[in-house]
Design a protein around this ligand. Structure first.
Ligand code: F3S
Length: 643
């Protein structure tokens, strides 16, 4: 049978199951990555497994999210992560070295390998022809322990790129077009596999922008072939030996093929407050932009920043705009400096931030109140910039440069200046001294793990009871993101201190949630959350399952769940239940008492359960969309109990 590239790599790594779309399979994982916001919990879980050394080919611990140090918490966590990496045989990418996905692409990614990362933008690695998937920290911990990773065998959609981009239109506009076509929901269980002659025109960093933001569509991952462009990128990174050619068979069998003619694309933007809210910039109302942020794991490559530097050379930032740049890595920054682009950016009025997530995670650089910010990042969810009244637009680096000059949302073609072509260097300047290599096993064994007061043990759950008696603590609507459930920004410094972090659960939606949930828990009842569709969209943030578990949430009833979040709920023993009749969502209200009878036996024998709404005196049916492995995890009260 003619195979897609996705099928080829999955089959080569298959541990159990057969590659039939929709069936659960497990695969061997070659590489893992973590970032500091999710990593501390992942390593605490790994420690609890009592395994002396990671069993993957390569694992990297990155510090990129919480690099702002006010108080001791982040510094404590960084030190903990460094000592864990030393002890268990991981590479450690120090704060300041860069954003995990950018650095992984530069220094570690390898065509044909499997990678899971405790960050939802791990699919960025698909730009190198990898199967790279975002997962919860516990799944990453299990992979480091040598366990396979379980996933639903995906349907593979070919995105057939034709033609060539016109000047001023770039990779960000391609992925915004994909988001416009596919939306942010309904793509769970799919892989976007890019092909067609247009692929040859895109460099690896451009492919990375596209693979990165496939996460916003909710797909399992995105992947590009490994070709001559890939070889040149790896050669410029001084690691040509890591290259191998990989592509789909001619006439491979795809679930669906969607053509995109690159020559017809125009500069696009995602308007507030969703990456799927896409419109051509020329069709948007005039919008005054008070802040422009260039960076994030989507658009912080050498090419992105050098292009903006060339556009801005000899020009100055509009007086009403604060222009912020955050290079994706130390390597990007050093090469920009070597080639003179950094001086041009400074001369234009740019403000340089650390090589880290920075503004993207909302822990600094909130925009002026009530104003619009144009960012090259991947998410513009309500509140993610750190303030509730910010209007965040997402766009390409070219469109960002245009707004820097004009002070408003501007199609960069309207600048009326020639498009500055930037090619990638034949050879990057590479200095890996800020990546600490794993120690030899003998000397690693004696390393003591540092634990500051911010580090607590990972909380666990008890066995699933025979039946549940619960109260609807909160009813929410569609598209609830992990940012709504557990806020990022400055709160994230408590990520290793679950009792403290849990106090901020659903803070953005209902500031009294925590007290209510604790009261219900202490009364001996369970907390139940009712939600609309795509519950848990956004990030791999495992805390959006751990903190609810901590306050006694036992089940979420939703119209649908996002993939990574559903896996995280299961891993922490929270039942993800879907309505059999979506209308039943309307028959539930906050404060209703619900009974889930005989739930253990129902999980074992059936795929559905009748629940009783005692307050409204109704009965409704909910479904378990779970494999038998997932059911066993839930019965045990979570994956840590089964490992
Ligand atoms: Fe960091 Fe934002 Fe990417 S938080 S990993 S730059 S999505």
């Amino acid at each position: 049978m003619k195979q897609t590239l996705t099928q080829k790599i999955l089959e080569r790594h298959l541990v159990s199951g057969s590659c039939v779309p929709g069936r659960e399979i497990s695969i061997r994982i070659d590489q893992t990555l973590t970032q500091d916001a999710t990593g501390t919990m992942a390593y605490l879980q790994f420690e609890s497994m009592d395994i002396p050394r990671v069993k993957t080919e390569l694992s990297v611990s990155y510090i990129d999210h919480n690099t702002v140090q006010i108080g001791y918490e982040n510094a404590d966590d960084h030190r903990y992560l460094q000592s864990v990496a030393e002890k268990f045989g991981l590479y450690f990418s120090r704060p300041g070295n860069g954003i995990c996905h950018q650095v992984h692409l530069e220094r570690f990614g390898k065509p044909g390998k499997t990678l899971i990362g405790s960050d939802s933008h791990t699919p960025t690695g698909g730009a190198l022809g990898m199967i790279a998937i975002g997962a919860g920290g516990l799944d990453v911990a299990l992979a480091m322990a040598g366990e396979p990773f379980y996933l639903t065998c995906p349907r593979v959609i070919k995105i057939n790129l034709l033609g060539q981009l016109q000047p001023w239109v770039s990779a960000k506009d391609i992925i915004l077009k994909v988001l416009d076509l596919f939306g942010t929901k309904g793509n769970v269980g799919c892989v976007f596999e890019y092909g067609g002659p247009g692929v040859d025109t895109l460099t690896v960093p451009e492919r990375a922008t596209i693979a990165n933001m496939g996460a916003e569509c909710g797909v399992t991952t995105s992947i590009f072939p490994s070709d001559e462009r890939t070889r040149r990128f790896l050669k410029a990174q001084h690691r040509e030996e890591d290259w191998s050619e990989l592509k789909a068979d001619l006439e491979a069998d795809y679930d669906r093929i969607v053509d995109i003619d690159l020559s017809k694309l125009t500069p696009l933007t995602a308007m507030p407050h969703s990456p799927g809210n896409v419109a051509p910039i020329r069709e948007c109302e005039p919008v005054a932009i008070r802040q422009v942020c260039l960076g994030s794991c989507t658009n912080s490559s050498y090419k992105d920043l050098a292009t903006v530097a060339k556009i801005l050379k000899g020009r100055v930032t509009h007086p009403d705009v604060s222009f912020i740049i955050a290079p994706g890595s130390k390597q990007v920054l050093e090469n920009l400096a070597r080639d003179g682009y950094l001086a041009d950016l400074f001369a234009s009025g740019a403000r340089l931030m650390e090589n880290a997530c920075g503004f993207c995670i909302g822990n600094s650089q909130s925009p002026q109140s009530g104003s619009a910010s144009l960012r090259t990042s991947n998410r513009n969810f309500f509140g993610r910039s750190g303030t509730r009244d910010a209007q965040v637009y997402l766009a390409s680096p070219e469109s960002a440069a245009a707004a820097v000059i004009t002070g408003h949302l501007t199609d960069p073609r309207d600048l009326g200046i020639p498009y500055p072509e930037v090619s990638l260097p034949e050879e990057f300047y590479v200095d890996d001294r800020t990546i600490i290599k794993p120690k030899e096993a003998d000397s690693a064994a004696t390393v003591a793990i540092y634990r500051g007061p911010n580090i607590g043990p990972p909380p666990t759950n008890e066995l699933l009871p025979d039946s549940l008696d619960g109260i609807v603590t909160l009813k929410v609507g569609d598209h609830i993101t992990t940012d709504h459930i557990m806020p990022a920004g400055e709160r994230m410094k408590y990520r290793s201190n679950i009792p403290k972090y849990a106090e901020y659960l659903f803070e953005i939606l209902d500031s009294t949630f925590f007290q209510r949930a604790i009261k219900i828990k202490e009364s001996g009842s369970s907390n139940i959350i009712v939600a609309g569709s795509s519950y848990g969209q956004g990030s791999s943030r495992e805390h959006a399952a751990i903190c609810p578990m901590y306050v006694g949430v036992k089940a979420i009833l939703a119209k649908s769940f996002e993939r990574i979040h559903a896996a995280n709920l299961i891993n922490f023993g929270i039942l993800p239940l879907t309505f059999v009749r979506e209308e039943d969502y309307d028959h539930l209200a906050q404060g209703d008492r619900l009974l889930f009878p005989d739930i253990r036996n129902s999980l074992l024998d059936r795929d559905r359960l009748q629940i009783r709404n005692c307050t409204q005196e109704l009965t409704m049916e909910v479904a378990f969309e779970l494999s038998s492995r997932q059911k066993k995890i839930l019965l045990a009260g979570g994956a840590l109990h089964r490992s």
